[in-house]
Design a protein around this ligand. Structure first.
Ligand code: NAD
Length: 496
């Protein structure tokens, strides 16, 4: 099949861009080019922002239950298209079909959450805050929201943003990852079918230049970003400098602390699925295992045993347990981390380079023992199927290792001791904490609470934070006099 050209979606129309700048979209499992993505021109980005601005007043005035009704219909369309949506994620991202199904399921949960808008958008009020005076807090939309998303969850991460932003009465311009734009366009089709008015939701394409146009445009009021830490920090600073409300979710280096009282079998399964699910390309992926006390050798042997048995292959094959990474350049970067780790003295327990083949962007699961915090293997977010083991003498040392990371997205402890779990939960410097859970992902009704370089902003994605991020408050203070009117009688005829 010849590659298709990916359109943008502007003001209710799917349009092929006039731009010559094009990105090739690959099927990572074969390396085959499946689509061509023209980057939107400056004029096209401008048209999308204008369309969103023009649609904003009518959408903001649409009654909340009617906005929620669009989300109910959208949810049903996502359910009806569930399997196809999952296949599309596997096709453009490479993850296994089961992982894609999990992604689409998590995404639909956000739409579910958005359907509760009539309850969630209620304000608060207090009668009689002073004699004869009442006060109420009312929520209004922020305006036009720009969403910028990464490649690793092409369906779910846009849907962390879109349903709640829209149901709050905002209009939206999405700039999906230039490596995985296909799911975003499918979401636009389904939102249109759900009855969203033209201009309310738009999709433009590109990389830094397109993002910069959104970040600096006076017609954009708020920016939701998910991606790497360096870009998140840039987005936060630039968006804020241009007067926008910004939430910017960044990268991660998640630690999995294993105490000597942990359940060995279930802990090892959790570690393997955390580190190698999605080929390690998850912001909640476990990247460092920290065995505590004398269990290091036993844990490493069990990891080796389990990891060597992982079936690596195309995500569309139901027997596959780990798919490829997103691009050949990414794989090359990961291989250079492996080479550098060996030179620095880390000990490879399994070496994923043995699974590199000419077709597809595969790198096998790699485990390194005896990694130390001075190595780049420990410091950097690798975002691939590489797990480092850093040994610690006790829980204090384990917490020192975890807390010295510049990232603070997630951290987990495996233990059967409530005292250890409590100590960890209180002292660990990470926003998402797992206790005998390797991927501590909050559900849609909780916020996604990264700390340190894993998040720039105040209000996180999803949960109660999202309703606040996508609305502006007014506090109305009111007093009603009885009687009155300029032609009324004497002042003593009036109330307060
Ligand atoms: P990325 O930062 O390269 O790209 C993310 C988005 O930013 C893309 O749309 C891209 O086009 C744009 N972008 C890239 N460079 C830019 C620049 N210099 N200026 C402006 N915009 C730019 O991230 P990625 O490789 O697509 O995704 C992987 C990263 O996302 C990992 O670091 C991962 O941890 C992170 N991530 C974080 C979360 C979270 O919740 N914290 C969730 C998913 C992914």
């Amino acid at each position: 099949m010849p590659p298709t050209t990916v359109p943008a979606y502007i003001d209710g129309r799917f349009r092929e861009s006039g731009s010559d700048e094009r990105e090739e979209i690959f099927d990572p499992s074969t390396g085959e080019v499946i689509a061509l993505l023209p980057y939107s021109t400056a004029d096209e980005v401008e048209a999308a922002i204008r369309a969103a601005r023009a649609a904003a007043p009518a959408w903001a005035d649409t009654p909340v239950p009617d906005r929620a009704a669009v989300m109910f219909r959208f949810k049903q369309l996502l359910e009806d298209d569930f399997e196809e949506l999952a296949r599309l994620v596997t096709r453009e991202n490479g993850k296994t079909l089961d992982e894609s199904r999990g992604e689409v399921r998590r995404a639909i949960e956000v739409v579910d959450f958005a359907c509760g808008a009539p309850t969630m958008l209620m304000g608060t009020n207090l009668d009689q805050i002073a004699d004869g005076i009442d006060e109420e807090l009312v929520r209004f939309p922020v305006g036009v929201v720009a969403g910028i998303s990464p490649f690793n969850f092409p369906n779910m991460v846009p849907l962390w943003m879109i349903p709640i932003a829209l149901v709050c009465g905002n209009t939206f311009v999405l700039k999906p990852s230039q490596r995985t734009p296909l799911s975003a366009i499918r979401l636009a089709e389904l939102l249109e079918q759900a009855g969203l008015p033209p201009g309310t939701f738009n999709v433009v394409h590109g990389a830094k230049q397109t993002v910069d146009a959104l970040l600096t445009h006076p017609g954009v009021d708020a920016v939701s970003f998910v991606g790497s830490a360096q870009v998140a920090s840039y987005i936060y600073a630039t968006g804020a400098a241009h007067g926008k409300r910004v939430q910017a979710l960044g990268g991660a280096k998640n630690h999995l602390v294993v105490m000597d009282d942990a359940d060995p079998e279930r802990t090892v399964s959790s570690l393997v699925s955390s580190a190698f699910g999605n080929a390690g390309q998850r912001c909640l992926a476990g990247s460092v295992a920290v065995p505590v006390g004398g269990i290091g050798d036993e844990l490493v042997a069990a990891l080796k045993d389990r990891v060597e048995g992982l079936r690596v292959g195309p995500g569309s094959d139901p027997s596959t347990e780990m798919g490829p990474v997103i691009r050949d350049e990414r794989r090359k970067e990961l291989v250079s981390y492996v080479e550098e780790g060996i030179e620095a003295g880390a000990q490879p327990v399994t070496d994923g380079r043995s699974l590199i083949r000419s077709e597809g962007f595969y790198l096998g699961p790699t485990v390194f023992d005896h990694v130390t915090p001075d190595m780049r293997l420990w410091k950097d977010e690798l975002f691939g199927p590489i797990l480092s083991v850093v040994r610690a003498a006790d829980i204090d040392e384990a917490l020192r290792v975890v807390n010295s990371s510049t990232y603070g997205n997630a951290a987990s402890i495996f233990t059967s001791s409530g005292a250890n779990a409590r100590e960890f939960r209180r002292r660990v410097e990470a926003g998402m904490v797992g206790i005998n859970i390797g991927i501590a992902a909050p559900m849609a009704f909780f916020p996604f609470t990264g700390w340190k370089n894993s998040f720039f902003g105040d209000l996180h994605a999803t949960g109660a934070d999202a309703w606040r991020f996508y609305t502006r408050h007014k506090v109305v203070t009111s007093r009603w006099w009885t009687g009155g009117g300029f032609d009324a009688a004497a002042p003593e005829g009036r109330g307060h």
